[in-house]
Design a protein around this ligand. Structure first.
Ligand SMILES: C[S@@+](CC[C@H](N)C(=O)[O-])C[C@H]1O[C@@H](n2cnc3c(N)ncnc32)[C@H](O)[C@@H]1O
Length: 444
């Protein structure tokens, strides 16, 4: 269903319309900016907080609303159902006075053209306010995740599934990567302190800084000049595995928006020949924007990386980063709409694409070179099992299995799980192509 922003809608009604777009398969990062461009800039953070909050707590709020409605609303009144979730979210998770939430939600219902439902909305929300949130031991409601995800995590992570679900419901920290070409991490920490921004160095990534509270990027000293970028700590670790060196020919196969492309170039002082590919024409310009801001250079190509005949000149690469498209289940706390968008049936086709990309790109790696396979997924089906299946078929491939202080060794790569107040969920497997002259330093 196409979503058309309606300028004059109150903020809660607009949130309900954005959520309707998400239910029809659009991501928040697609639907929200479109709605935001039509409203007063001062209201944008509020709209964003409502949409993200409802997605994060969708299954819990929906469980409560389901109990409170005697029968489900008609399909064409779905926006009113979502509007009530917005109001329930505010009742349960905000400090807004409840009379204001109720009044404004009834107003919003009218603005959506659903005046006949205002009595129902008012009655349901009044009861919700009076009675408080009901207890539930249904896992979907308790953990606020879809049933299939809970079951898959229980199966994959018998000891950690609950911690993963709980971490997914927390607010992710804002983490920075200091551009070492412009100054040291300690110097940047001092600049943050001088600007009144509380922060600390990350535990594992050498250029990482975690802010105590998120801020708009234009409040970060030297952001426009390229002194720093926003990037999660787990994502920053890519250079620890890849060990890019000046003078090398490096492929970033699934590169947009270019966070890791830029980390790689910073790590080798912009002295490598980097080719960054993405098949999305819409996302490719984001890589160039990041390169420009950081004064870095790479060759960008719009292509299906797996279709090597369409873009490869036959010159092999010393390093390949393969940050494949995945379920993104390691970054749910940053993208809570994944709970609504992802389907269980997505995972097997994704795994097919991931293994296919790995097999195709392996041919473009130099003997002795290294390929880093990465996902932001927590499902072994997209991670260790891909590497296992690949190693079974490819005798020349060796898995680098050095110890590292982060994540855990799956036997086929290292898995980081999302950690509250720390890094995202991520997976890395570093493969070396057998040769007589392997790289000397294999440590991550
Ligand atoms: C996980 S994101 C990459 C994030 C990026 N590496 C970063 O750190 O900023 C995956 C990207 O792969 C791209 N993609 C998906 N399939 C692809 C393919 N067959 N060839 C090239 N790019 C592809 C998507 O458009 C998406 O931008």
């Amino acid at each position: 269903m196409a979503y058309h922003p309606i300028r004059e809608l109150p903020i809660r009604a607009l949130a309900a319309e954005v959520l309707l777009a998400v239910e029809s398969g659009e991501s928040l990062s697609q639907a929200l900016p479109r709605a935001q461009q039509d409203i007063d800039p001062d209201l944008r953070p509020q709209l964003q907080a409502l949409c993200y909050g409802v997605c994060r707590w969708f299954h819990r709020l929906d469980g409560e609303l389901g109990q409170r409605l005697r029968k489900p609303l008609r399909k064409q009144d779905r926006n009113v159902h979502l509007l009530m979730l917005v109001a329930l979210f505010q009742l349960r998770y905000s400090h807004n006075p409840s009379y204001a939430i109720l009044n404004e939600t009834v107003e919003a219902c009218r603005a959506l053209g659903k005046s006949p439902l205002t009595g129902l909305v008012n009655g349901v929300l009044r009861a919700a306010e009076r009675e408080g949130e009901p207890d539930s031991d249904i896992p979907v409601v308790r953990f606020s995740h879809p049933q299939w995800m809970i079951a898959k995590l229980q199966h994959n992570w018998p000891d950690q599934w609950q911690a993963i679900l709980e971490a997914n419901n927390t607010q992710a920290p804002m983490t920075l990567r200091v551009n070492g070409r412009h100054g040291s991490r300690d110097q940047y920490l001092q600049r943050l302190a001088d600007s009144g921004l509380e922060a600390r160095a990350t535990a594992f990534a050498p250029w990482g800084i975690q802010l105590a509270n998120p801020v708009a990027v234009d409040r970060l000293p030297g952001f426009a000049e390229g002194d720093v970028s926003v990037q999660d700590e787990a994502a920053q670790l890519c250079t620890r595995w890849l060990q890019p060196q000046a003078g090398q020919r490096i492929l970033d196969a699934c590169a947009a928006p270019g966070g890791k492309t830029c980390a790689i170039l910073e790590a080798c002082d912009n002295q490598a020949e980097v080719i960054a590919i993405d098949q999305s024409a819409d996302r490719l310009p984001r890589i160039q924007e990041n390169l420009d801001r950081l004064q870095l250079s790479a060759t960008l190509k719009e292509a299906d990386a797996g279709d090597t005949s369409s873009w490869w000149d036959g010159e092999p690469f010393d390093r390949i980063l393969l940050d494949v498209p995945c379920s993104a289940t390691g970054v749910i706390r940053r993208h809570p709409d994944i709970k609504l968008l992802r389907r269980e049936t997505d995972i097997t086709p994704l795994a097919g694409i991931q293994l296919g990309l790995l097999e195709q790109l392996w041919a473009t790696l130099k003997p002795g070179g290294r390929l880093l396979y990465a996902t932001c997924s927590v499902f072994p089906q997209e991670n260790s099992r891909i590497i296992q299946r690949f190693l079974d078929k490819e005798p020349q491939a060796q898995l680098l299995s050095e110890d590292a202080p982060w994540g855990s060794d799956t036997g086929y790569g290292r898995q980081l799980l999302p950690a509250p107040d720390s890094h995202d969920g991520f997976f890395y497997a570093c493969l070396i192509k057998g040769s007589d002259t392997p790289d000397q330093d294999n440590r991550p």
